[in-house]
Design a protein. Structure first.
Length: 234
């Protein structure tokens, strides 16, 4: 199986587990196109995984300067093979405040996180939001999209049962290309199911208010999924 095949299978898996993800990506790209100005915005995709947002963005704005950041070696292996060479693919650990030194630029017109940060604990996520806001150039924005229910949902392990999710990872383990990356992933994250934490949108708004951005707002909502966006004054 090629890495392109694995990418296609990942997209189908995400459509099952995150049915609002495609629409969220489209809305983020619309926001970049309408608010950043010009044909070549500089965009940071935080926790970008296999590069879905980056690929879609370049279809719309082929001149964009795009950086993808992730730590997962499996996702990065797929992203590195599927994205064009113009995309800066950076391996960095968002749990570490020094992750920003790995970036090729010190400022971006748009800093985006789509369904990517729910595994971070509250304290670290608050710190990360300040770091993300600090990367926004004047006139740019930071946006985060995730499940943001009206009431806080405590951290709990993701489903580790026999299902499409576990089947994807079991098959990746024996793949000659992805297998070594799966082993490294287990070393980085452990073998236990990852915990997720989904605070309400108001929590994300308060956390982003600490950064050098204007008052964050809930830009849109679709069921429990919402986007919080904050602009940096010119």
């Amino acid at each position: 199986m090629t890495l392109e095949d694995w990418n296609d299978r990942w997209e189908r898996l995400m459509a099952k587990y995150q049915p609002g993800r495609e629409r969220a990506i489209e809305r983020m790209i619309d926001l970049v196109a309408s608010r950043c100005g010009g044909p070549a915005p500089r965009v940071l995709d935080v926790g970008g995984g296999t590069g879905t947002l980056c690929a879609r963005l370049l279809e719309r704005l082929p001149g964009a300067e795009v950086t993808l950041v992730d730590l997962d070696p499996v996702m990065l292996t797929i992203a590195g093979a599927s994205l064009p060479p113009s995309v800066e693919v950076v391996r960095a650990d968002l749990r570490d405040p020094d992750w920003v030194v790995q970036l090729p630029y010190d400022g971006y017109d748009a800093v985006l996180a789509v369904m990517a940060l729910h595994y971070l604990p509250p304290g670290r996520l608050t710190e990360l939001y300040a770091e993300l806001a600090g990367l926004v150039r004047p006139g740019g924005f930071v946006a985060t999209v995730d499940d943001m229910p009206d009431v806080e949902v405590a951290a709990s392990p993701s489903d580790g049962g026999e299902n499409a999710w576990s089947a994807w990872w079991e098959q990746a383990t024996v793949d000659p290309v992805l297998g070594p990356a799966v082993v490294e992933r287990a070393r980085l994250f452990g073998d236990s199911p990852s915990a997720e934490w989904h605070p309400p949108a108001a929590w994300h708004v308060r956390a982003l208010e600490a950064g050098p951005v204007e008052e964050p707002v809930v830009a849109w909502r679709n069921g429990i999924q919402a986007a919080v966006v904050a602009f940096r004054p010119r």
